[in-house]
Ligand binder design. Sequence first.
Ligand SMILES: C[S@@+](CC[C@H](N)C(=O)[O-])C[C@H]1O[C@@H](n2cnc3c(N)ncnc32)[C@H](O)[C@@H]1O
Length: 202
Amino acid sequence: MEMALPIFDAAYWQGRYAAGRDGWDAHTATPPLRAYFDQLDVARQPRILIPGAGRAYEAEYLHQSGFQQVMVADIAPEALAALATRVPDFPAKNLLLADFFALPNDPPYDLIVEQTFFCALSPLLRPAYAQQCAALLRPGGTLMGVLFDTDFGPVQEPPFGGSKEEYREYFAPYFDFRHFETATNSLKPRQGRELFICLKKK
Ligand SMILES: C[S@@+](CC[C@H](N)C(=O)[O-])C[C@H]1O[C@@H](n2cnc3c(N)ncnc32)[C@H](O)[C@@H]1O
């Protein structure tokens, strides 16, 4: 019989931050995301969402690069507070203390950035994650980032692993696949274990 997973709510995540159980934290914008951001046209000022952003080094990087419409969403106050402290001129109105699944899509986003948020959710929520990403993006909008292509074993709490084949099924109903391959520029501990994805909403 399969055991039900506990609920990974705001209290759970706040507790992990408080206890320093934050092994996902790269303390920097990671190379795959940075390389993607560097080829974006800042003049277009895309509307960008980073859900489950944690301490949000990517938001800091984009902000310092001149992107002004970067929204950061997280259910843990600690995560948003860390960005606000590090980057005092990051617009407070762009810090969303909110559940990703309840975010409104008006106006829709041009770009959603994924990194260790998908693996932080109960695997039961994966189809809903793909659906909500699609709902939040404009047609032709992009979901990009990295997904673990790794089996973490029968764990009872995040991170939850998975495979390219599994993930493809969640995203295929809503997205065209531009890139869905092992990342070539991952941080050392993640090398060969994560996919770089770039999906366009149909
Ligand atoms: C594993 S951490 C990853 C943080 C960040 N993406 C990074 O790479 O450092 C997962 C984050 O997702 C947040 N989170 C979990 N469920 C969420 C939800 N339903 N809506 C918004 N944020 C959520 C947690 O509070 C936590 O900060």
